[in-house]
Design a protein around this ligand. Sequence first.
Ligand SMILES: [Zn+2]
Length: 284
Amino acid sequence: MNCTNEPKDGKIHIVATTGIIGDILSSSLDSHVVIDVLMKPGVDPHLYKATAGDVTLLLNADIIIHNGLHLEGKMGEVLHKLSEKKVVIAMSEQLPKHRLRYIDGAYDPHLWFDVELWSLALEGILKQIQQNYPKVIQDNADRINQYVEKLHQLDHHVDSMISLIPKERRILITAHDAFGYFGNAYDIQVIGLQGMSTLSDFGMNDLMRIGDLIIDKKVRSIFVEKSIAPRSMEALLHNVQTRGGTVRIGGNLFADALDTPGTKAGTYIGMFEQNVTTIQKALQ
Ligand SMILES: [Zn+2]
């Protein structure tokens, strides 16, 4: 190991912005590292601002890992400044540009909803860590391999669960446009009421347009998201019902944040499994 990179307590301090990033890192790395996560469970990353405590953690970190593509929209300046003196790595930078969704002039940051893509991004991050701290990767090799294999199994599981839904019923309507990669990867049409960031609002036109589609395609269920207030989907429900359509809230999906640690959806894999079960049950 490079002695200039040797931290004082013998551990490499990694700071992840979101819980989803923190979880895949701690699921693959254990020895020699301390992993801290800035955003707490249920927090909306699009709206999150770094606190004074976060800045201290970031300044003391050896490596900072964020999602990129403006997911952490309000942390852009902080991350940019830190990148001048620290190793700051984005998950999105590990992926070839042609694998990213580019919609209405912006890249879609919700990469984790394609398991294969997210796994690829993780492997890219681990390679970068290896360049700076080879012993970390060497001593965690078994753990990394086991986790990557679990992600591979998850990818297959999601595929087979979605394929249980008849093709004409594979329409996933959610509060914001977080599931685009999910739709591409697992062959399901995806519609978000709000745009790719929760900063954008929705209008009467969006309600009417999606309401028409629900009535026309006889969509059975729409979904609320855990980190977003349910009022938008309730407005959509109301729009359809007042026009004689029947649709219900099919469940609560985790989009941009995990549940509290120790619960099923407190990990990336558990969150994904829970979402897919909810979607499959409500649409099949
Ligand atoms: Zn989002």
